[in-house]
Write a protein that binds this ligand. Structure first.
Ligand code: ZN
Ligand code: ZN
Ligand code: FE
Length: 763
């Protein structure tokens, strides 16, 4: 006789928080409950997903374990709480209506690339969505860009305009269907449509439109393609004429264009990808991955002139897949004029892109908020350059709780950060916040994020710079709220501390190397060594000041900065030196006057400008058309020089005066240049010098302050060769290093640092 185990019936109430809405979580729970034959219900509330389940205790334990172990692919579980309730004797399992609760802590999903299951359907001639350009399901499709407000339900998205046909509605209501509650669910009968518009041409729809777009692209035309977060401008990447025309029309002479290719194999033909880079490229976020060009790549020279890296992405919307299936690599660049925000509405695109595109591939699923493509540099680990579509608004976890706050960010590569509790929500990329057009996008995006997160900031945080548009906006909108101003480089260091979960109260040695940041002494900072924590910073060293004459002119004409450095190093402006050759006699005379009198010039410790100046000395580039172009080309050149250990070839900065002086580096560079050494070697040596400098300064400060954690942040650390070299040297010497892997080291990550510094002060 066997004794059956007593069947203990119990009831549990579970609450799951994290990214759990709009990702197929309730059907997943439904399926699990059915599998374990449990009774009860599941529903959404504004804090996440609530579940009540009743059944044998062992089945409940299995259910709970599976919940944690195998959530749907897009879900990110932050916490599960569980409590025991009295048994009710309920039968069957149901999905119940959404419950509106006071707390609003739900996280919303970023936009997600179309999934394999949907692609299979799209390619199946017997499927009712065969070749339908807006196919999606609970596990894929647009999210962030179509949501107007929470809860994430169809009436509050831009899909509200489309009434589901009976077939779609049946899928939507069936918990066993993979489109159960897929808010953007649609089909050719009831959903959005695709069409082509061009001057003096008939409007074409669907398949005819796609065929016509392919024909026009092959013909060298530029087509505006409406995607998920805005319009792209597309042209054939192997057409020299088309790419050049696009550069002329866009007012973008040299900045690299990103490419979209059909699949991973096509990407591998263009760029060298390691496993991590391939994984990123094919991830649901589908960022643009910057990787080293293959020399064999058959592309127009004008795609990425002077750049060792090439930005490549894979199709992420069904429209892209249909477009790329029969075409070679396409240039896919943001639909805007240089520096303007990306166009997202049909009428707006017709107006703003009229002079740029020969035709428009439109659709009628509105984009509520724009979201540019993300950019990640392939490296170990990969470094985000722009965190936007596919990532926003997924939060960064903070090491301590902050009150609801809005950190408005900087000026270039602008983003803002909305934070509360231990979540920092970084916005999508907004562009350079230098004009009213971008400021309006900033306002719209800030309003949108506050709405979808139901977050009303009590604190406003901005950069110290009084003339940044964002800082002025903060001052004007802080009324009645606390306004905290954070020094630029302190924010950089705090950003890398925060994303690494560095705890408060333990200062780090922070190296903040970038192009420009407002210094409280009136100088332009950018080569800063700070002893910092979230509460404050002490500037313990910096690159010795040189005068920067004529502000912006120095960014566009790096030879001017080179001449200032030569002069500061006591080197004469002799005619054999490339920056001297690049500068007319008249300009030299004015510059010499400015440098000696200080007229119209500001002292700067900018490391970014030092890189630009060295690029000028090596004659890599004398005029720049985008920020940091010379520095990026210097990195590319340095990478072409193969050598191992950094320290034996480095030039030494002079550290005697507490600051670090580049004068001896300049003297050595000029000597090597005159000795006829190759530019690639000098570029590599200079880069190694900066890594060795970081180690030398860290050792000194460890001895003086007993600090062992080194944080690297600022746009200069987008140079992955430098970051890798510095990290290796530091770690070999026993330092713990903090580097960026979640938010960009450039000003795109600045708002995170502002949020934690401002949040720490106001907590
Ligand atoms: Zn799907
Ligand atoms: Zn339908
Ligand atoms: Fe910066």
């Amino acid at each position: 006789m066997t004794l059956a185990e007593p069947l203990t019936i119990a009831r549990l109430r579970l609450h799951v928080s994290g990214v759990v809405q709009g990702v197929g979580f309730r059907p997943f729970v439904y399926g699990l409950a059915e599998a374990w034959q449990l009774a009860g219900f599941v529903g959404n509330n504004s804090a996440g997903v609530f579940i009540e389940v009743e059944g044998p205790a062992r089945a409940l334990a299995q259910f709970e374990a599976a919940l944690r172990r195998e959530p749907p692919p897009l879900a990110v579980i932050e916490a599960i709480t569980s409590e025991t309730l009295p048994v009710r004797g309920e039968a069957g399992f149901r999905i119940v209506a959404s419950e509106a609760a006071a707390a609003t802590l739900t996280l919303i999903s970023p936009d997600v690339a179309v999934c394999e299951a949907c692609l299979r359907e799209m390619r199946d001639p017997h499927n009712r969505r065969y070749r339908y350009p807006f196919i999606n399901c609970t596990h894929c499709g647009p999210r962030f860009t179509i949501i107007r407000a929470l809860p994430y339900d169809r009436p509050l998205t831009t899909m509200a305009a489309f009434t589901m046909c009976p077939a779609c509605a049946a899928e939507y209501q069936d918990p066993r269907n993979r489109r159960f509650h897929a808010q953007p669910n649609a089909c050719p009968v009831c959903g959005p449509r695709l069409w082509l518009e061009a001057e003096a041409a008939e409007r074409m729809e669907g398949e005819a439109a796609l065929t016509e777009v392919r024909r026009r692209l092959a013909d060298g035309q530029i087509v505006a393609v409406k995607g998920v977060g805005g319009f792209h401008l597309a042209c054939a990447a192997d057409s020299e004429a088309a790419v050049q025309r696009l550069r002329e029309r866009k007012g973008r002479p040299a900045k690299p264009f990103a490419l979209m290719v059909a699949d991973l194999a096509a990407a591998q033909a263009l760029v060298a990808l390691d496993d991590a880079a391939a994984e990123l490229l094919t991830s649901p976020a589908r960022p643009i991955v910057l990787a080293r060009h293959r020399p064999t790549a058959a592309l127009a020279r004008w795609v990425a002139p002077g750049n060792a890296a090439l930005g490549v992405m894979l199709p992420y919307s069904p429209v892209h897949h249909l477009l790329l299936e029969a075409s070679g690599p396409l240039v896919m660049t943001s639909g805007n004029l240089s520096d303007e925000p990306i166009a997202k509405d049909n009428a707006e695109a017709r107006r703003r892109l009229a002079g740029l595109a020969d035709a428009f591939l439109m659709h009628d699923r509105d984009i509520h908020i724009q979201c540019d493509d993300s950019v990640v540099r392939a490296a170990a680990p990969p470094v985000p350059v722009r965190r936007s579509r596919g990532y926003a608004p997924f939060p960064v976890a903070l090491p301590f709780a902050v009150p609801p706050l809005l950190a408005v960010g900087g000026e270039l590569k602008a983003t803002f950060c909305l934070a509360r509790g231990r979540h920092a929500f970084m916005s999508q990329h907004l562009g350079d916040l230098e004009n009213l057009e971008t400021l309006r996008v900033f306002e719209a995006a800030a309003d949108h994020l506050q709405r979808v997160l139901a977050c009303a900031p009590e604190v406003i945080v901005s950069d110290l710079h009084p003339r940044y548009l964002a800082s002025r906006w903060a001052a004007e909108h802080a009324a009645g709220r606390r306004h905290v101003r954070v020094q630029h480089h302190h924010a950089h260091v705090a950003a890398v501390m925060a994303e690494n979960g560095h705890p408060p109260g333990t200062p780090v040695l922070g190296f903040a190397f970038d192009g420009t940041g407002y210094g409280p002494d009136g100088a332009i900072w950018g080569g800063e060594v700070l002893v910092a924590d979230y509460a404050g910073y002490e500037r313990v060293s910096h690159l010795a000041y040189v005068p920067l004459a004529g502000g912006d002119a120095a960014v566009r004409r790096p030879y001017r900065v080179a001449l200032a450095h030569l002069r500061a190093a006591g080197l004469a402006w002799e005619g054999d030196l490339p920056p001297v050759q690049a500068c007319s006699d008249a300009e030299q005379a004015v510059l010499a006057h400015q440098l000696s009198t200080g007229l119209n010039s500001v002292p700067t410790s900018s490391m970014g400008r030092l890189f630009d100046a060295v690029a000028s000395l090596l004659n890599l580039r004398q005029t720049a058309t985008y920020e940091a172009q010379p520095a990026i080309e210097l990195e590319g050149m340095a990478g072409a020089w193969p050598f191992g250990g950094a320290d034996e070839v480095a030039y030494a900065f002079d550290l005697r005066a507490g600051v670090f002086d580049a004068a001896p580096v300049w003297r050595a560079l000029v000597m090597d240049l005159r000795a006829g050494l190759p530019a690639a070697l000098l570029a590599a040596r200079f880069q190694a010098s900066v890594a060795v400098l970081i180690l030398a300064l860290s050792r000194r400060l460890r001895a003086a302050r007993g600090l062992n954690v080194v944080a690297l942040s600022g746009g200069v650390f987008q140079n992955t060769a430098l970051t890798t070299a510095a990290t290796r040297l530091l770690q070999a010497d026993g330092f713990h290093t903090l580097t960026h892997s979640r938010v960009p080291p450039n000003d795109g990550g600045l708002a995170l640092g502002q949020a934690v510094v401002g949040g720490f002060e106001a907590r």
